[in-house]
Design a protein around this ligand. Structure first.
Ligand code: NAP
Length: 241
């Protein structure tokens, strides 16, 4: 199918390549260009302040939309209204890597266990390349939400720590250097020992593949979905080997 690649930066180029590999016809949409007519689905890897307008344009063109861009959480309610009013279909995720979505499940299990042992302080540490615009990453925020949902003696995230850590908070920290594609660590530290869970993205291809899979999935669906909905549905349809 025709697939609009909205934003032609590091991720847009990967999405174009994966779309071709999967026999789609990518149509690149650069900044300032209109969403193309008669293209059933678009994939957005642009910048946070462009997401709402880009989604409106895709809905107006009657296209389904996949949003990989991060850092627009404050506009989530408005975006949901736009999608509902258009009776459109959108999948959004801070991380389209299949591995990260499996990692979320592992972290959820671990968080529920450690919440019962108050000696262990949870934390999230993420590392990315120096050009990344948002901090902490959308994935780190998603991991923090999982830890918050588990409860425990430190039930709230501290994402911008200056001075000491409050007793009811756990630390979510960001590091920026060089060309790191994306690394997320969830730790549980008791002072005497530490348990580490870690995901490392080595290339951007995994994110692009997940976004293209989401585009194929949402092409004939209505509603607002996360990538977890896509992964769960695909997993249900695949027999365990
Ligand atoms: N969900 C995931 O799995 C995942 C994975 C990796 C990255 N990301 C996120 O994806 C976003 C893009 O990352 P990136 O590494 O590809 O960034 P990038 O290399 O800076 O590319 C962004 C591109 O979008 C273009 N752009 C900006 N506004 C636009 C608009 N309104 N319409 C069309 N194009 C527009 C930019 O053009 P100009 O240079 O002309 O501004 C640039 O070419 C970031 O928010 C990043 O955090 C998400």
């Amino acid at each position: 199918m025709k697939l609009a690649v909205v934003g032609y930066g590091k991720m847009g180029r990967e999405v174009e390549a994966v779309a071709r590999e999967r026999a789609h016809e990518p149509v690149v949409v650069r900044r300032g260009s209109a969403f193309p007519a008669s293209v059933p689905v678009g994939i957005d890897f642009t910048r946070a302040d462009a997401v709402l307008a880009n989604t409106r344009a895709a809905m107006k063109a009657k296209a389904r939309y996949v949003i990989g861009t991060t850092g627009w959480d404050a506009q989530r309610d408005e975006l949901a209204r736009v999608v509902a009013a258009a009776e459109g279909g959108v999948v959004h995720a801070a991380n389209f890597s299949l591995g990260v979505n499996l990692f979320y499940k592992v972290v959820r299990e671990a968080a529920a266990l450690f919440a019962r042992f108050p000696d262990y302080d949870p934390y999230v540490l993420e590392r990315h390349h120096r050009q990344k615009k948002d901090a902490p990453s959308g994935t780190a925020r998603a991991l923090a939400r999982i830890l918050e949902e588990a409860g425990g003696p430190r039930p709230h995230a501290a994402t911008a720590l200056e001075g000491p850590l409050a007793d009811d908070r756990f630390h979510v920290a960001a590091l920026r250097a060089g060309g790191i594609v994306g690394e997320h660590t969830v730790g549980f530290d008791s002072g005497g020992d530490e348990i580490l869970l870690e995901h490392r993205a080595r290339t951007r291809r995994g994110f692009a593949l997940g976004a293209v899979l989401a585009a194929e999935w949402v092409a004939d669906r209505t509603g607002l979905y996360g990538f977890e909905d896509v992964v769960d549905d695909l997993a249900r349809r695949r027999p365990a080997t």
